[in-house]
Design a protein around this ligand. Structure first.
Ligand code: PMP
Length: 402
């Protein structure tokens, strides 16, 4: 079942051995296949969170397994001292999907992709005397010092300041506030096309276009963080393509590697030329095994026509939830296979626990919102199973409250 010895008291051991940054996660996973995962006790769950939009092709997808196995057995690392083919092929492929000229810097995570973007922006800003950055309230860009400075969640940012970077926060989705905040001395605007950690919150139509416009008018760099929204999650390769808005800099990670750690900071057009030799680096960034996995992910999304599938089953999921009548259910929002079940009370943690008991992994992203981000290969039947189970899961959360 698991590759590793069976052990009990895993939660105790986790607590003793690991820094308690994640609390104690509710399930110890041993193995996965497609959209199903098994815990160390052999219980099966349908995975409706995919490691937060990471397992884009589900678990142990044959294309990813093959690509990783072949690459690791061929050359597993070159550092950045030498070129290797998967990195070049992946960069070309991403630029092709974006439909624009540009250049890619590969990282190991979304946070690092945003750090690279921030550094790029600072280099560019120096040439035009720009001094501050605008980001959105409740936005999330990562946990290292630069990415944290951009993160608009006060509770996780404030304890770690000061950051040495002037970030001004605006309410997400408010065009007038954005116009006021972005002046000629603004270096960049960092936005998620749909806010993920805030609870899968799409902006009002036209918001990204307005951001593009205000950046064009002032010279600020438009950075779109598609770490969570990119790679098919919304039914488009990239969420910004749904709006017809082209960023200057784009960051990716999560679903790109289908479970392998890889991120990307992509400078489009002239923003591909900001970094020169010696300006940035990462020993593992662009690792051949991670790049091979990402190439397999992109190929499979293409070959299996998964973008159309995401749109179809995403609508089935949203429509199915919207049709449920339940006192705890306020509605459903989001796009593609990226939805939040909105609750009438702050009981998301209870819904997550009740879902687990019913055999589904979901995520209490906010006190009153449960995030669903299943693998892009989730079937109509698997979606139907969750929708059918949801009323009883919500009942379970109600019962636990009384
Ligand atoms: N940006 C966004 C929009 C994210 O959702 C996340 C992760 N939740 C990050 C950045 C950070 O990515 P990572 O955890 O890979 O560093």
């Amino acid at each position: 079942m698991s590759l590793w010895p069976q052990y009990d008291k895993w939660a105790d051991r986790f607590t003793r051995a690991l820094m308690p940054t994640y609390g104690v996660p509710p399930v110890a996973l041993a193995r996965g296949e497609g959209c199903t995962v098994w815990d160390v006790d052999g219980n099966a769950y349908l995975d409706f969170i995919a490691g937060i939009a990471v397992s884009s092709l589900g678990h142990a997808h044959p294309a990813v397994v093959r690509a990783v196995s072949e690459q690791v057995a061929t050359i597993a690392h070159t550092s950045n001292l030498f070129i290797h083919q998967p990195e070049v092929l992946l960069a070309e492929r991403l630029l092709d999907l974006l439909g624009h000229d540009g250049r890619v810097f590969f990282t190991n995570s979304g946070t690092e992709a945003n750090e690279a973007a921030l550094k790029l922006v600072r280099r560019h800003a120096a040439s035009r005397g720009a001094t501050y950055v605008v980001a959105a309230e409740h936005g999330f860009h990562g946990r290292t010092m630069g990415a944290l400075a951009l993160t608009g969640k006060a509770a996780i940012r404030e304890p770690f300041g000061p950051f040495g970077i002037d970030v001004r926060f605006v309410p997400y989705g408010d065009v007038a506030a954005l116009r006021d905040a972005v002046t000629d001395t603004c270096a960049a605007v960092f936005l998620e096309p749909v806010q993920g950690e805030a609870g899968v919150v799409p902006p009002p139509p036209g918001y990204l276009a307005a951001a593009r416009e205000v950046c064009d008018a002032t010279g600020a760099v438009l950075v779109l963080d598609e770490v969570q929204s990119g790679i098919g999650r919304t039914g488009a390769w990239f969420a910004h393509q749904r709006e017809g808005v082209v960023p200057d800099v784009l960051t990716l990670a999560k679903g790109l590697g289908g479970g392998l750690p890889i991120g990307a900071c992509i400078g489009l057009g002239r923003f591909g030329q900001v970094f020169g030799t010696g300006d940035h680096g990462s020993t593992f960034g662009g690792n051949p095994v991670a790049c091979a996995a990402a190439l397999a992910v992109l190929d499979t999304i293409d070959k299996e026509d998964l973008l159309a599938h995401v749109t179809k089953v995403g609508e089935q999921l949203a429509d199915g939830i919207a049709a449920i009548q339940h006192p705890l259910l306020a509605g459903v929002r989001g796009v593609g296979l990226w939805r939040a079940v909105q609750l009438t009370q702050p009981v998301a943690a209870r819904v997550q626990a009740a879902a687990k008991d019913a055999g589904f992994l979901v995520n209490a992203v906010q006190p009153d919102a449960v995030r669903l981000a299943p693998p892009l290969i989730v079937t109509a039947d698997e979606v139907r199973r969750l929708v059918e189970a949801l009323p009883a899961i919500l009942d379970g959360a109600l019962v636990k409250e009384s």
